[in-house]
Design a binder for this molecule. Structure first.
Ligand code: IPM
Ligand code: MG
Length: 352
C-alpha cells in the first residue's frame, strides 16, 4: 500500500509529521510512504507548485496525505505558479471531485465551540463539497471595460454530469447516516444553481428512502449557527462548500479539528483512491513554532485508512485515540489550551 505524503507549506510539514507518526505506530506491514514537495516549497525548490514528479508520485499511490499550501512570499506570483494551484491541480488532474468534510463535536469540546454548548453538542453533519467545477475552474481573467476601468472576472458554471455524480455521492453517504440530504444553492439568483437544483431533484428519485431539502446558501450559513443539529448531509458546490466548511469548523470548536477526504471514482486494490487533508490552511503566522494542532491531519489519516486502504478498524482506533485525548482536555492553543504539536501527537500515540 503506497501513501504519497505531500506536507506543503507553513504548518503543513509539522502536522503531517504527527499524522505519519500515528500511521507508523499502527505497526502495519506493507505500507510504504513517500514524501514529495508541493506548494510554495515546491515552487522555491523546483519552480512549480505541483512539479511533474510530485504529480506522478501522487498518481502512482493508493492514497495521498496532504498537509497545507499557501505562502505569503508567493502571493505576487502569476496565479498558475501560486501554491494553491498545487491542491487545485491535484484535485482536477486526479478527478477527485467529491470532498467529504465531516463535522462532529468531540466530548469535551462542547464548551469550546463558538456556539452555546447545547447547540454545539447536536452537531453531526457531513458536508459533501463538489471539487472539480464551479467558479474555481471557470474562465477567469482581467480585462478593461469600455470606460477604461480594470475588471476581474471568474465564470461560474456546472454541467449536469458534474452535479449528478456529486449528488450520487451525497445520497449514498446519507444512506449510511440519518438518510437526509440538504442541497445548498443560490437558485433564487444564479442559473448555475437552478441547474444544480433541477439535477439534484432528478437524482433524488433514485433514493426514495432519503429525504431531500433545499436551502439557499445565505440561509444555510444562518441555520448552521442557529441550529446545526438539523443537518445530516449537506451537498453543495465548490465555492459554497469552501465557505460553509470553515464555518462548520468553528461550530465544532476549531478549524484545527476538521479532516477531509477528496475522492473520485478510481478504485485501487484496497479501496477508493483519494487525497486526505485537514481543512485548515498553512497558517504562516505560527509555522515552524510547534504550536499547530495536528488533530485534523491525524483524523484525515484515519479517513485515508478507512476509504483508500480498507483499514476501517485501524481508522476507528485512531479516531478513538483522538476522542480520548480530547476528553482528557488535551487542547492546543486553537482551543484555548497550551499543548503543542508534538505533545498532541504524543497524546494520541499514548492512547493508541
Ligand atoms: C480548502 C482551501 C482551498 C480551497 C484553497 C487552499 C485553494 O481553502 O481546501 O478549503 O479553496 O479549496
Ligand atoms: Mg477552504
Amino acid at each position: 500500500m503506497k501513501i504519497a505524503v505531500l506536507p506543503g507549506d507553513g504548518i503543513g510539514p509539522e502536522v503531517t509529521h504527527e499524522a505519519v507518526r500515528v500511521i507508523e505506530a499502527l505497526g502495519l506491514r506493507d505500507i510504504a510512504m513517500e514524501q514529495a514537495p508541493v506548494g510554495g516549497a515546491a515552487y522555491k525548490a523546483h519552480g512549480h507548485p505541483l512539479p511533474p514528479a510530485t504529480l506522478e508520485i501522487a498518481r502512482q499511490s493508493d492514497a495521498i496525505l496532504f498537509g497545507a499550501v499557501g505562502d505569503p512570499d508567493c502571493d505576487a506570483l502569476d496565479r498558475h505558479l501560486r501554491p494553491e494551484q498545487a491542491i487545485l491541480g491535484l484535485r482536477k488532474e486526479l478527478t477527485l471531485f467529491a470532498n467529504l468534510r465531516p463535522a462532529k463535536v468531540f466530548k469535551g469540546l462542547e464548551d469550546h465551540s463558538a456556539l452555546r454548548p447545547e447547540v454545539a453538542s447536536a452537531i453531526d453533519l457531513l458536508i459533501v463539497r463538489e471539487l472539480n467545477g464551479d467558479v474555481y475552474f471557470g474562465e477567469k481573467g482581467f480585462r478593461t471595460t469600455a470606460s477604461g476601468e480594470r475588471e476581474g472576472y471568474d465564470v461560474m458554471s456546472y454541467s449536469e454530469s458534474e452535479v449528478r455524480r456529486i449528488a450520487h455521492v451525497a445520497f449514498r453517504a446519507a444512506r449510511t447516516r440519518a438518510h437526509r440530504v440538504c442541497s445548498v444553492d443560490k437558485a433564487n439568483v444564479l442559473e448555475t444553481s437552478q441547474l444544480w437544483r433541477d439535477v439534484i431533484v432528478e437524482v433524488a428519485k433514485e433514493y426514495p428512502d432519503v429525504t431531500l431539502d433545499h436551502m439557499y446558501v445565505d440561509n444555510a450559513a444562518m441555520q448552521l449557527v442557529r441550529n446545526p443539529g438539523q443537518f445530516d448531509v449537506m451537498v453543495t458546490g465548490n465555492l459554497f462548500g469552501d465557505i460553509l466548511s470553515d464555518q462548520a469548523s468553528m461550530c465544532v470548536g476549531s478549524i484545527g479539528m476538521l479532516a477531509s477526504a477528496s475522492l473520485g471514482e478510481r478504485q485501487t486494490e484496497y479501496g477508493t483512491f483519494g487525497l486526505y487533508e485537514p481543512i485548515h490552511g498553512s497558517a504562516p503566522d505560527i509555522a515552524g513554532k510547534g504550536l499547530a494542532n495536528p488533530m485534523a491531519t491525524i483524523l484525515s489519516a484515519a479517513m485515508l485508512l478507512r476509504h483508500s486502504l480498507g483499514l476501517a478498524e485501524q481508522a476507528d482506533r485512531i479516531e478513538r485515540a483522538v476522542a480520548a485525548a480530547q476528553e482528557d482536555g488535551l487542547f492546543g492553543r486553537d482551543l484555548g489550551g497550551t499543548a503543542g504539536t508534538t505533545e498532541i501527537g504524543d497524546a494520541v500515540l499514548a492512547r493508541l
